[in-house]
Design a protein around this ligand. Structure first.
Ligand SMILES: *Cc1c(COP(=O)(O)O)cnc(C)c1O
Length: 390
């Protein structure tokens, strides 16, 4: 199912809706069918239409892979059952004894996979603050095979210079991987900035409706994509066709959703910044954010995630977090609905307190995934939560 739409000749929304998809050749169905089949009949032994077994290839999955590859500007996409399965596949390109340089503020599950699983199998790693290019350069003096980072990060929305980090890593002979889950290809395309691979949790903005778990790897070069595709089939953590369909459907509205996420998040961040009970607001769209200029250069807009430090202690912060109504108290992000997270007791509870403080966030940090509801209702909800602080 090659895309009938040549790209990048067309705009982002056009590609989001059409890339990788064409009306079903058998029936004319406009939407990509959900091919619920594990196997495919062969005309003669070894002669088939390119599909033998659905761990290896499935037409619904093909459409999703081609779609995300197009949006990220890569040679090919390879889909997985979750973002962490995609992460695992990329790290499985490495051998025992290889070294990974890991951004300091990466997704907790990525850190756990490396620290608790892959380190046992002989992978070594070091953590570096990728916003500090001199620190990256020094860390790369030790032989390193892969550099993995996010921008913006979670939960502090730190922005790293993707092109500069990629350049340093390439000079040291390392592969460069950017987890682009927070930005999405609508806001940022790391492959164009020099990354070799992009990883996504499709569970978040690409799916966009909090109803599916999935992951994706997109490679700039076909050869590297083939190596990831080999692992997809050899390890077998593939998504089902219905999950692929749901993500394809979500992506059709990615551009309009991201514009609205950004509109609402910018307004929430601005209002929080002026609030007497807020000590600090972390949002790359604010001119006070240390990564603001960089974000302006490498991102289209600034995203839907906002975090802030309350002027409150742990107990008051927990009351605040529990008293929002529209902002549902839940982990995850990127859906149409707004979510509120208390990192110290929820998403980042496994990070030791001393490390959290070192990274720059306290027990009173709140993280918002700002959804698509009406701004007035969202702000009224937060004002209700502020009222609990007295
Ligand atoms: C959620 C998330 C992941 C992991 O994805 P799953 O689909 O939950 O396995 C990886 N990176 C980031 C930035 C995430 O937010």
């Amino acid at each position: 199912m090659d895309s009938p739409i040549p790209s990048p000749a067309r705009g982002f929304s056009t590609r989001a809706i059409h890339a990788g998809q064409r009306p079903d050749p058998t029936t004319g169905a406009v939407m990509t069918p959900v091919y619920l089949t594990s196997t495919y009949v062969q005309e003669r032994p070894g002669e088939h239409k390119g599909y033998e077994y659905s761990r290896t290839r499935n037409p619904t999955r093909d459409a999703l892979e081609a779609n995300v590859a197009d949006l990220e500007g890569g040679a090919a996409g390879v889909a997985f059952a979750s973002g962490l399965a995609a992460t695992h596949a990329v790290l499985s390109l490495l051998d025992a004894g290889d070294r990974v340089l890991l951004g300091h503020d990466v997704y907790g599950g990525t850190y756990r996979l490396i620290d608790k699983v892959l380190a046992r199998q002989g992978l070594s790693y070091a953590v570096v603050d990728t916003t500090d290019l001199e620190a990256v350069r020094r860390a790369l003096e030790v032989s390193t095979q892969l550099v993995w980072f996010e921008s913006p990060t979670n939960p502090l929305l730190c922005v790293s210079d993707v092109a500069a980090v990629a350049d340093l890593a390439h000079r040291a002979g390392a592969l460069v991987v950017v987890d682009n889950t927070f930005a999405t290809p609508y806001l940022q395309t790391p492959l164009a900035l020099g990354a070799d691979l992009v990883v996504h949790s499709l569970t978040k903005y690409l799916g966009g409706h909090s109803d599916v778990v999935g992951g994706m790897v997109v490679a700039r070069e076909a050869e590297l994509a083939e190596r990831v595709r080999f692992l997809q089939n050899a390890v077998g953590a593939v998504p089902g066709p219905l999950d692929c369909f749901l993500v394809l459907r979500g992506i059709k509205t990615l551009a309009v959703r991201m514009e609205r996420h950004c509109d609402n998040a910018e307004r929430v961040a601005g209002a929080l910044q002026g609030h007497a009970r807020v000590r600090a607001v972390h949002y790359p769209g604010l001119s006070s954010h240390p990564g603001h200029d960089l974000a302006r250069r490498q991102m289209r807009r600034f995203g839907g995630m906002v975090s802030f430090e309350l002027d409150a202690d742990l107990e008051q912060t927990r009351v605040f977090a529990g008293s929002a109504g529209l902002f549902a108290l839940a982990e995850s992000l990127g859906g149409v609905e707004s979510l509120l997270d208390h990192p110290a007791t929820m998403t980042h509870a496994s990070v030791p307190r001393a490390e959290r403080l070192k990274a720059g966030f306290t027990d009173s940090l709140i993280r918002l995934s700002v959804g698509l509801e009406d701004y007035g209702d969202l702000w009224a909800d937060l004002e209700g939560a502020f009222a609990t602080l007295g």
